[in-house]
Write a protein that binds this ligand. Structure first.
Ligand code: ZN
Length: 486
């Protein structure tokens, strides 16, 4: 089950920028080597730095949070989607159209951007004591989506890649923090974006999102207590330290009026004592164990989940810890045991595939990934992982299969720039040069690299049969890229 797929491209680009500018950056503890290895193939693309260059230019103070990492994980995303589905339904949104993105950061933050995308810091998840707290926070974010609340950030993020969105949030937040602490913060190049107001919702929008959240919670028979508790946690931290302000408060101004309104609702709503379902309690427990095992040091995971604890969650956490050490000889028996006990669970197989792939055992990694996809055919990230293993196997027949899986996955994951790059590689190896150029054009478009998108689309048009579907798509990309601002 567990396979955290950490996309490090953005982080690397950001780090490169920050160190090049001679600024100190925050430590990068907790970055698992395994992830870096897994994504090395896509991360080699140095030109990606250009993608987020504009936003990165903001990260120029000492407080710059330079090591933000964006995590993709099918299991955790699916679990949070399952928890949120009742809220999204009463909000009139299609649960399948919404995406959950995780950012590895201890600070409390959640935001929406680029359409129906809800971003949440791992700090919020790991500190959530109940599923209801997590659901409450995201219900509020859903209120911003359903209300169509526009800010300058929302405008700027409209066509940005996921990496670009995170870079903007990190950059703008860091610049505000830098000024707030008065630590001789450098003047920032993009004045407009650096302002606090860039990320901030208006008081009216905040009130509307709160009201929407309370209505969604009531209509789905859930308590608003969790959201109130989250506000109280934020308020407590504000009192402790005015400087160490959680990023959430900067974008969602927290007033005593908001808290009072929420408290009043909790006092009178007949759903305030509604309990979390056992299913949600179990999901959160597992999400937290998995995240923690991937983020904390393996030794602390092994201490938190000693051998005598034979629960599924503990075995899962230990398998991840051993693989991260890396002690494959210890990790494999644990994961094999879980697969034996839970043969229908795709994520245990995914983790096994990841363990083997990242240890260079490409051929061995393929069967577990194939099994995972058989069990979870609707999970595009699993297909991308399998495709990468197929490509690295250097077998032409496997390479053709990679093309099919990537095209399938990219129908819904078209913002995964790394997957477009993999597809270009697979087409290239299959001597489909025109299709490779088209995939690079798609990559450019999804990464916000207007020039690359146009150049590659141009190349694709020259190579592809006129008026074919692919040719028309290349024309389309050229037009779309042309309409974008630089
Ligand atoms: Zn808000």
């Amino acid at each position: 089950m567990p396979r955290l797929r950490r996309i490090s491209i953005f982080v690397w680009a950001l780090r490169a920028f920050v160190s090049a500018s001679g600024q100190r950056r925050r430590g990068t503890e907790g970055v698992a080597d395994g992830f870096l290895k897994a994504t090395a193939m896509v991360a080699r693309d140095a030109t990606l730095a250009a993608t987020v260059a504009a936003a990165m230019a903001l990260v120029s103070t000492q407080t710059a949070a330079g090591a933000e990492t964006y995590i993709r994980d099918t299991e955790i995303e699916a679990d949070i989607q399952a928890m949120m589905a009742p809220i999204w339904k009463v909000a009139g949104l299609d649960p399948n159209a919404l995406h959950i993105y995780l950012i590895q950061d201890k600070q409390l933050n959640a935001f929406v951007a680029g359409g129906q995308n809800e971003f949440i810091n791992t700090g919020v998840i790991l500190r959530a004591k109940t599923p209801n707290q997590l659901i409450g926070v995201l219900a509020h974010e859903t209120g911003h989506i359903s209300g169509g609340h526009l800010t300058r950030f929302q405008e700027a993020a409209r066509n940005a890649s996921i990496e670009g969105i995170i870079a903007m949030v990190v950059g703008a937040a860091a610049s505000v923090a830098g000024r707030g602490s008065g630590g001789g913060a450098a003047m920032l190049p993009a004045e407009g974006v650096a302002e606090r107001a860039f990320l901030q919702y208006s008081v009216g929008q905040e009130a509307a999102a709160d009201q929407a959240a309370l209505s969604f919670l009531d209509r789905s028979g859930q308590s608003a207590r969790g959201l109130l508790e989250f506000f109280q946690i934020l308020q407590g931290e504000e009192l402790l330290s005015g400087i160490r302000q959680d990023p959430y408060v900067r974008s969602h101004p927290l007033t005593s009026q908001r808290i009072e309104y929420m408290r009043h609702h909790v006092e009178r709503s007949r759903f305030s004592d509604a309990l979390d379902s056992q299913a949600n309690i179990d999901l959160l427990k597992r999400i937290k164990a998995k995240l923690d095992a991937f983020i904390s040091t393996p030794s602390s995971t092994l201490a938190a989940y000693p051998e005598k604890d034979q629960s599924v969650v503990a075995r899962y956490a230990r398998a991840i810890a051993y693989y991260r050490i890396p002690q494959l000889d210890k990790a494999l028996p644990v994961i094999d045991g879980l697969i034996r006990d839970f043969p229908k669970d795709p994520y245990f197989r995914e983790l096994k595939g990841q363990m083997l792939f990242e240890n260079g055992r490409i051929a061995d990694a393929i069967p577990p990934y194939e099994e995972a996809i058989r069990l979870a055919p609707g999970a595009p990230l699993l297909r991308i992982s399998l495709a990468q293993a197929y490509i690295e196997s250097n077998d032409p027949a496997m390479n053709k299969r990679a093309i099919a899986h990537l095209n399938d996955a990219l129908r819904t994951e078209d913002k995964e720039t790394g997957a477009w790059r993999l597809l270009a590689t697979a087409y290239g190896r299959d001597n489909q040069v025109g299709m490779a150029a088209l995939a690079l054009a798609e990559e450019g478009l999804s990464a916000g690299k207007k020039k690359v998108a146009q150049q590659q689309a141009n190349r694709a048009r020259a190579l592809l049969p006129k008026n074919s579907t692919a040719y028309n798509r290349a024309e389309n990309i050229q037009r779309q890229a042309g309409e974008r601002d630089d």
